[in-house]
Write a protein that binds this ligand. Sequence first.
Ligand SMILES: Nc1nc2c(c(=O)[nH]1)N[C@H]1C(S)=C(S)[C@@H](COP(=O)(O)O)O[C@H]1N2
Ligand SMILES: [Mo]
Length: 194
Amino acid sequence: MKKQVYVLALFALLIFSMCQNPKTAEKTIKVQDKKESCSSPLTATDSAKYVNHRIEIKGEIETPLQLTVDSLKKFPIKTITDFKIVCQSGETKKIDKNAKGVLLKDILEKAKIKQNGHKDRNFYIVASASDDYKATFSWAELFNNPTGENVYVLFEENGKPIKNGEMILICKNDIKTGPRHVYWLKSIEVYKVK
Ligand SMILES: Nc1nc2c(c(=O)[nH]1)N[C@H]1C(S)=C(S)[C@@H](COP(=O)(O)O)O[C@H]1N2
Ligand SMILES: [Mo]
């Protein structure tokens, strides 16, 4: 009888510890998320330090371009609505009721990627900011995938010029839109996979 109680207690303890473990793990992840939290409150001075008045399109292209907000407006202008910036952590950081910009695909078509025949498709495109934040795209997702219709360089949010820099690059169909949301956009560079 005593033995049975002992076994039962041990079993209960085991169940209890099994229930506890996932919670502890969850807590650790949450703390880690906090530690790696993406936003540091920006002062106006910070933002002014990183602002760019033009973005450079460079790398494996035939026509390097320098684009300002005014020159962007000469491309076909697209309007997007209800765009949410969601951080990797799941936190909604910003909501644009509407925003205006141009497709990255249209810009790259003007710059013309240096392709050697139709099998030369292994390129990657890096959008960089002046604080060295970066986002990467592949040739295929821009030119042979619906994502190509969802990657924009924005110059206007909610009827006003952009706050953090003059242009922002976004990918509207990403699951978490925070990571490939690049403010203080400085350059878009095309690289060939070696
Ligand atoms: N240039 C630049 N763009 C960036 C970041 C950054 O640190 N620098 N942070 C990214 C992250 S982690 C998120 S979630 C979104 C939204 O960040 P915000 O809340 O600082 O606007 O912007 C992204 N774009
Ligand atoms: Mo983030």
